[in-house]
Design a protein around this ligand. Structure first.
Ligand SMILES: Cc1ncc(COP(=O)(O)O)c(C=O)c1O
Length: 382
């Protein structure tokens, strides 16, 4: 019996170690990890550049307070600005905290005069109370009320729905360019462009939650690059710490100028070891790797679409880069278990979507293996 709180539905996997694309159980099994620790281990487990960077840092220190200047923090912040837009970076420990910081910053800019945030149905922004208020899925906040006020949900991919909810109290629109937990729902070009335009016209902020789509996941370093736009605030998490707890908020110059010493803080945010691991990861994601992500992702989608032609239980295959969802006409939990029993780790989201967030070094052989096993399940079990 575990002493841990039972809030996770766990795989029957007692981990001995993890290396590259694989997790090894204590009973000697090897699992191909197509979920990458929920999109954290994008370079695989224990990648060499990250291991070296951590080792170098831990020779010097583990934790320092944010009251001192530290090289890894400075370098990672500069690297994130270079790959986003001019402004400043604030580091926190988790995605939810980063969303909180983004919302606080937008509200602080307007000094209480504007405070409403428009986010979208089916979105997911984290488990703290404000992040849950922003999350457009009631199941996550059921029984937790009263929830923080000032969050309004519009229909995803329906510009008019967001537009009609804007009023004199609105300070920001918060959106994922591809909704991850919500079922790998892809933001349409006109929709994301429209949100950018509305925010600029109304003088409010566009906050893009890139916690899942950032760090190369969709084939560009940031997911918003695909749309040829820039947000005012970008929120990063998961892979940005290279396997260590770290998240980042990138605030444009206008927003960052409104925050002064004492306005925000975090004891562990920007821990040197996390920043060292994050820096090595960011540096590893170069143009060549982004090209490989695009190619592997297109291939993964194509091979699943070929399977769809033979299997009517596959309703839709969608994805961008290596963020891929296969929508089924049945609950995907049993399929995830079937794959697990055959040494493949994937995930089920939104009830009937098989979701894959593989490490970036996934091969053609790995792709063929997961599609073949899925095909077997559809033939044998349905
Ligand atoms: C888009 C998005 N935002 C926020 C979060 C919350 O991140 P964390 O679990 O690190 O708080 C997640 C986590 O899955 C996410 O996918």
């Amino acid at each position: 019996m575990s002493a841990l709180l039972g809030v996770y539905k766990r795989f029957a996997l007692d981990v001995a170690r993890a290396e590259g694309k694989y997790i090894y159980s204590k009973d000697g099994r090897e699992y191909l990890d197509l979920f990458s620790g929920i999109s954290v281990n994008v370079l695989g487990h224990r990648p060499q550049p990250v291991m070296e960077s951590i080792r170098e840092t831990t020779e010097k220190y583990l934790h320092l307070s944010n009251l001192f200047k530290e090289d890894n923090q400075e370098k990672l912040a500069a690297a994130l600005i270079e790959r986003n837009f001019p402004g400043k970076v604030f580091f926190v420990n988790s995605g939810a905290e980063a969303v909180e910081c983004a919302v606080k910053s937008a509200r602080k800019y307007f000094n209480g005069d504007k405070y409403e945030v428009i986010s979208f149905k089916n979105s997911f922004h984290g488990r703290t109370l404000a992040a849950l208020s922003a999350t457009g899925q009631e199941k996550f906040s059921k029984g937790l009320g009263p929830m923080p006020e000032g969050f309004i949900h519009a229909d995803f991919n329906f510009l008019a729905s967001a537009e009609e909810k804007i009023n004199f109290k609105t300070c920001a629109i918060l959106v994922e360019v591809i909704q991850g937990e919500g079922g790998v729902n892809i933001g349409e070009k006109e929709f994301i462009h429209g949100l950018r335009k509305i925010c600029s016209e109304k003088g409010i902020f566009l906050i893009i939650d890139e916690i899942q789509t950032g760090m190369g996941r969709t084939g560009t370093f940031m997911g918003y690059e695909y749309y040829g736009i820039e947000p005012d605030i970008a929120v990063m998490g998961k892979a940005v710490g290279g396997g260590f707890p770290l998240s980042a908020v990138i605030l444009n110059e206008e927003v960052s100028a409104s925050l002064k010493p004492g306005d925000h803080g975090s004891t562990f945010g920007g821990n040197p070891v996390s920043c060292a691991a994050g820096l090595a990861t960011v540096n590893a994601i170069d143009e060549k790797m982004l090209e490989e992500i695009k190619n592997s992702g297109e291939n993964l989608v194509k091979i699943f679409k070929d399977l769809q032609k033979r299997e009517s239980s596959i309703k839709e295959v969608r994805g961008r880069g290596l963020m891929v969802g296969v929508e089924l006409d049945f609950e995907a939990g049993e399929l995830v278990k079937f794959l697990f029993d055959r040494g493949i780790i994937a995930n089920c989201t939104a009830g009937n979507v098989l979701r894959m967030l593989p490490p970036y070094n996934i091969t053609q052989q790995d792709i063929e293996r997961v599609v073949m096993e899925t095909g077997k399940y559809l033939k044998e079990k349905l």
